[in-house]
Design a protein around this ligand. Structure first.
Ligand SMILES: NC(=O)c1ccc[n+]([C@@H]2O[C@H](COP(=O)([O-])OP(=O)(O)OC[C@H]3O[C@@H](n4cnc5c(N)ncnc54)[C@H](O)[C@@H]3O)[C@@H](O)[C@H]2O)c1
Length: 271
């Protein structure tokens, strides 16, 4: 009998060391969940990190991270966050578009979707990414270098019930990255997206009931567990590094085999 292994990554993450000293990184929605893990990983690798979050402060965020209160659903806030980062930190090398919402009330068929909620999701999950990128790319273009990473989702490639607005907006995050990649490639800028499977964050905890509970969600992943935010941060660090210098316009799926399994959705049972 092989020895039993603990659930979770089999080796400690961070075995790969990145040197981000001198680089400025702007992460939206970095006060908790995946964004928080991304902020921590960049800080640990020496980067200057700004967290643009609707929360003005968070005790979880490392003291080195500069917090800038931002509602990415507001175009004026997006421009201000990018400008503040450049002014305070002397540049902008990496933008991570991560802030998105998926309120439990959005887990309904489209005919029951409240228009106001849908519009708020479009404003944050789609236009927020666009407006942050618009201002960041203007600066990166002059600088002649930069990386933009859009945090998308497996639900942007395949679908399941109850994501009539979240899923299509996540598909848009993948296409945004491809489009910007093509547009800015000759200016030294790379743009990619990352599509996580289910990751243990407040967003997922809030949606567990809609996903059939924790055990059912874990079982849908061939690795038999959901992912940890640090496992998405690890992908973002690699994609932002010179080790990924020939990677642009692509989507990296980090989902414990969920999409390969072909069982992304629960078995279809007609009502
Ligand atoms: N957790 C998962 O399983 C999962 C799976 C696939 C994709 N994703 C994507 O990963 C990203 C992060 O998800 P998460 O699970 O960490 O979410 P989360 O809800 O745990 O954290 C989101 C963060 O964004 C901030 N935020 C919310 N609205 C904002 C706004 N208008 N402006 C600025 N900040 C705002 C919140 O304060 C919070 O800090 C999202 O793009 C999400 O769609 C998550």
């Amino acid at each position: 009998m092989p020895p039993s292994r603990p659930a979770g990554p089999s080796r400690p993450l961070g075995a790969i060391r990145y040197d981000n000293a001198g680089r400025v990184v702007l992460v939206t929605g970095g006060a908790q969940g995946i964004g928080l893990a991304i902020c921590r990983a960049f800080v640990a690798s020496g980067a200057t990190v700004v967290c643009a979050d609707i929360l003005a402060e968070s005790s979880d965020v490392p003291a080195e991270v500069k917090m800038y209160r931002t509602d990415t659903g507001n175009p004026v806030d997006c421009q201000a966050a990018v400008q503040w980062t450049i002014d305070q930190c002397g540049g902008l090398d990496v933008l991570v578009n991560n802030a998105a919402i998926q309120p439990p009330a959005s887990y309904v068929p489209v005919d029951q979707l409240e228009s106001e909620l849908a519009e708020r999701m479009v404003a944050i999950n789609f236009m927020g990414y666009t407006n942050m990128a618009k201002h960041a790319l203007r600066y990166m273009k002059q600088q002649g270098s930069g990386v933009v990473v859009n945090i998308a989702s497996g639900q942007g490639d395949r679908t399941t019930r109850g994501v009539p607005i979240y899923g299509p907006l996540k598909a848009a995050n993948i296409l945004q990255a491809m489009q910007w990649a093509v547009e800015y490639a000759r200016q030294g800028i790379r743009v990619v997206s990352v599509s996580p499977g289910a990751i243990e964050t407040p967003l997922v905890r809030a949606s567990l009931a809609a996903q059939g509970g924790a055990a059912a969600l874990a079982n849908r992943h061939p690795l038999g567990r959901i992912g940890q935010p640090e496992e998405i941060a690890a992908a973002v660090l690699w994609l932002s590094s010179p080790a990924a210098s020939f990677v642009t316009g692509t989507d990296l799926v980090v989902d414990g085999g969920l999409s390969a399994f072909g069982a992304f959705a629960e078995p279809y049972t007609p009502e």
